[in-house]
Design a protein around this ligand. Structure first.
Ligand SMILES: Cc1cc2nc3c(=O)[nH]c(=O)nc-3n(C[C@H](O)[C@H](O)[C@H](O)COP(=O)(O)OP(=O)(O)OC[C@H]3O[C@@H](n4cnc5c(N)ncnc54)[C@H](O)[C@@H]3O)c2cc1C
Length: 457
């Protein structure tokens, strides 16, 4: 059975000559690859509809390096539509009610969320691991949800041009999942993209990279999100409790020069841009404390092929500079649930259904990527020409006054809070169609009675 199944696959793993033995074959309705924000939320939304869904996550847990902690009002609105925003916000988080522009000093925030028409006029800063654990915990209350951790997807199963599922490797063996629909939500380094045979992504070329590190945060530092700038660099500081997560911008591809100049030069530059952090930059003693993030943005020209759909960063990598990635990934998940729940429940999915998801989400993604690219280019230009006097770097008074006019301040605030053309769950998706389990469904085969079938190969 193992070799038969293997013969009709599209490879990304070992060559056919060394075809691995498949330990198990499981069937589900929707196989989601990647337990980031997009994959986790989509799985939850489908499981609530009673649709058998299997989520495969390569890591053993959800705790990995910093990838953004921002939960925007649009996401809170979506979660509120299924009654989960308020319980989520019972977990520890920081309220970000306003944003000042990185690259400009001055005490007046450029964007305030307080007057937006939503129950949640703020960005909630919550460690992504807590958010994902909460969403997964909720999904595990439904019998049709099945999570496999430590499941690195390696191959697609393709039959007559239609993707029928995936083959993944766990610690000790290979396994197969067969599904009506496979959703690739495996993030910015998506292996599924390479396996899919879809046309190459269209790249935007942001002119900068970011160096990430952490510095101590003192109780009197201020909170939320702060920006600082100096000639050639800007810094974004994100509140993570007793630490600041700091992003320090450098010109694209210039990390080797930053490294060659030495840690002393970097510390001096940080202290010059943010004098209030000068008392703690000395903690940066080893390059291992710093991580380079190559700022990328791209999008697939086509997000689907028969049996396979891309969402989130796997479909479109958003620049971290705009802070849009999580917001857009989860809105993709919500749009996919809106459009695909009916066909998945009925077991009759068409290519038109998958195309409809791309149609719903592509325009907001493209527009947002274009705006962020323009902002990055402008910012790069402004920084390379920035004077050193802090007085000249503050927001000019006329701009500040203009941004106090609700009609003008609303535009950027709404864009950051909701993104373009925000997604809301359809009324029929808001209602859970399956009974809750008494105990969370965490066992490896716990859900096999509810639509998943397992066989030993
Ligand atoms: C340093 C950094 C800072 C950022 N800051 C912000 C921010 O402040 N705000 C914001 O909105 N966005 C931010 N982003 C972007 C944000 O992290 C992404 O846009 C968002 O996480 C995309 O969600 P996703 O679910 O599509 O993909 P991901 O979050 O990347 O999740 C993909 C998942 O797929 C899993 N996976 C990968 N390959 C496989 C495989 N073969 N098999 C099984 N599983 C697999 C991965 O382990 C991962 O869990 C930041 C990104 C980075 C790198």
């Amino acid at each position: 059975m193992a070799s038969d199944a293997h013969a009709d696959s599209q490879h990304g793993g070992p060559p056919a000559m060394t075809a691995p033995r498949i330990r198990s074959i499981e069937e589900t309705r929707c196989c989601v690859v990647g337990g980031g924000p997009a994959g986790a939320v989509l799985s939850l939304l489908l499981a609530r509809q009673g649709i058998p869904v299997m989520l495969l996550e390569a890591h053993e847990d959800f705790d990995r390096d910093f990838r953004g902690d921002t939960i925007h009002p649009a996401i809170l609105d979506i979660l509120d539509e299924i009654g989960l925003a308020v319980p989520l916000l019972e977990l520890p988080y920081t309220k970000l009610r306003a944003v000042s522009a990185p690259g400009l000093s001055g005490s007046t925030p450029l964007i305030t969320f307080s007057h937006l028409r939503t129950r949640f006029p703020f960005i909630a800063l919550m460690p992504q691991v807590r958010f994902l654990e909460y969403i997964i915990g909720e999904a595990q209350r439904y019998p049709s949800f099945h999570l496999v951790m430590g499941a690195g997807v390696q191959e697609l199963i393709v039959d007559s041009g239609v993707v029928r599922g995936v083959r993944y490797r766990s610690k000790d063996a290979w396994h197969e999942v067969r599904a009506l629909l496979t959703v690739a939500a495996d993030g910015r380094y998506s292996r599924m993209r390479k396996l899919s045979g879809l046309p190459q992504p269209i790249k935007a070329s942001p002119p900068l990279d970011l160096v990430w590190f952490r510095l101590r945060r003192n109780p009197d530092d201020g909170e939320g999100l702060m920006g600082r700038a100096g000639p050639g660099h800007f810094m974004v500081l994100l509140d993570r409790g007793d630490q600041w997560q700091v992003g320090y911008s450098i010109a694209k591809g210039s990390y080797p020069e930053v490294h060659a100049a030495g840690l002393g030069a970097l510390r001096a530059s940080i202290a010059a841009i943010a004098p209030d952090l000068a008392d703690r930059v000395g903690a940066l003693q080893d390059w291992k404390q710093l991580a380079l993030l190559s700022v990328e943005a791209d999008r697939l020209p086509r997000w689907y092929r028969p049996g396979l759909l891309f969402i989130g960063d796997a479909a479109h990598v958003m620049s971290p500079v705009g802070g849009n990635g999580i917001n857009y990934a989860i809105q993709d998940a919500a749009a996919a649930a809106n459009i695909l729940s009916g066909p998945l429940r009925a077991g009759a999915l068409t290519l038109g259904n998958l195309a409809a998801v791309q149609r719903r989400r592509e325009w907001p993604v493209r527009m947002t990527q274009a705006v962020v690219t323009m902002m990055q280019n402008l910012q790069g230009f402004a920084l390379s020409h920035a004077p050193t006097s802090p007085a000249v770097r503050s927001v000019p008074t006329p701009v500040r006054l203009l941004l106090r006019l609700p009609i003008l301040s609303d535009v950027p605030a709404r864009w950051v809070a909701f993104g373009l053309w925000p997604v809301h769950l359809r009324p029929e998706i808001r209602v859970a169609r399956t009974p809750l389990l008494d105990a969370p469904n965490t066992g490896p085969r716990a859900s096999s009675q509810a639509g998943h079938t397992a066989a030993q190969a």
